[in-house]
Design a protein around this ligand. Structure first.
Ligand SMILES: CC(C)(COP(=O)(O)OP(=O)(O)OC[C@H]1O[C@@H](n2cnc3c(N)ncnc32)[C@H](O)[C@@H]1OP(=O)(O)O)[C@@H](O)C(=O)NCCC(=O)NCCS
Length: 206
């Protein structure tokens, strides 16, 4: 199986919303990824499975009842009554980073449930660290639910340490957020740590 990472594009949004709903079902307000694609400080990455495709209807096809679609197939260049779907890469996870001056703030990180525990979360976090380096960030930060021990474990593994608590930060259940931050990204100890983790992940995914 091959997993790859690339920047998010508009065509990914339907699948990203699907993953978001699965990963953060109670989040309020829900993330608006279409808006995020216009946000100058936002940088989103997706992980996809090279061996699978995702089939989807265009918005036009979704809005129209089928009986009209097959009567007027030429209205939609993609439509044929037998093959009404478009295809796209199968997105298995995504991550978002906001660049705030010299701070790279991880806004989201989620992996499709069926793909969890295989190293995809790590792959996305590593790609976000690479992105932060490319964008010349000095350090990375994030907020994570106090109860989310899985994500905290992933972040700790990559050198994020708890720096504080935002009381009642999450609007859905008033849960606290832990604020986590890396050391300086250019520090030799952080870089050496990332080199080792990258090697280990490469072996795991090969
Ligand atoms: C958090 C999340 C992104 C992890 O993705 P994943 O692909 O399953 O994680 P990986 O397989 O890459 O595992 C990486 C590390 O995460 C931690 N981890 C993963 N699954 C875990 C589990 N079931 N229990 C405890 N730690 C776990 C471990 O530290 C693991 O490293 P290890 O393999 O050396 O033990 C995924 O669980 C998810 O999408 N959760 C819902 C959304 C979410 O909570 N996002 C974080 C918001 S701040």
């Amino acid at each position: 199986m091959t997993y790859s990472i690339r920047p998010m594009v508009n065509e990914d949004i339907e699948q990203v919303n699907e993953i978001d709903r699965e990963a953060f079902p109670t989040q309020w307000p829900p993330a608006n990824y279409r808006q995020e694609m216009q946000n100058k400080i936002a940088h989103y990455l997706v992980a996809y499975d090279d061996t699978r495709i995702f089939k989807y209807y265009t918005p036009f096809q979704k809005k129209q009842p089928n009986k009209f679609l097959w009567l007027f197939p030429r209205r939609n260049p993609h439509h044929s009554p037998k093959t009404p779907l478009l295809t796209h890469f199968y997105i298995i996870g995504f991550a978002g980073v906001w660049m705030l001056v010299d701070e790279a703030h991880v806004t989201n990180l989620a992996v499709r449930q069926e793909y969890r525990g295989k190293g995809i979360g790590e792959l996305l976090l590593l790609a976000s660290i690479d992105l932060a380096n490319e964008l010349k960030a000095s350090f990375m930060t994030l907020e994570v639910r106090a109860s989310n021990v899985v994500a905290q474990s992933l972040y700790s593994k990559y050198g994020f340490a708890q720096m504080g608590v935002r009381k009642g930060y999450y609007l859905d259940n008033h849960e606290d957020a832990f604020i986590m931050s890396t050391d300086m990204l250019t520090s030799p100890s952080f870089q050496e740590h990332v080199v080792q983790l990258r090697e280990a992940l490469k072996k795991k995914l090969d």
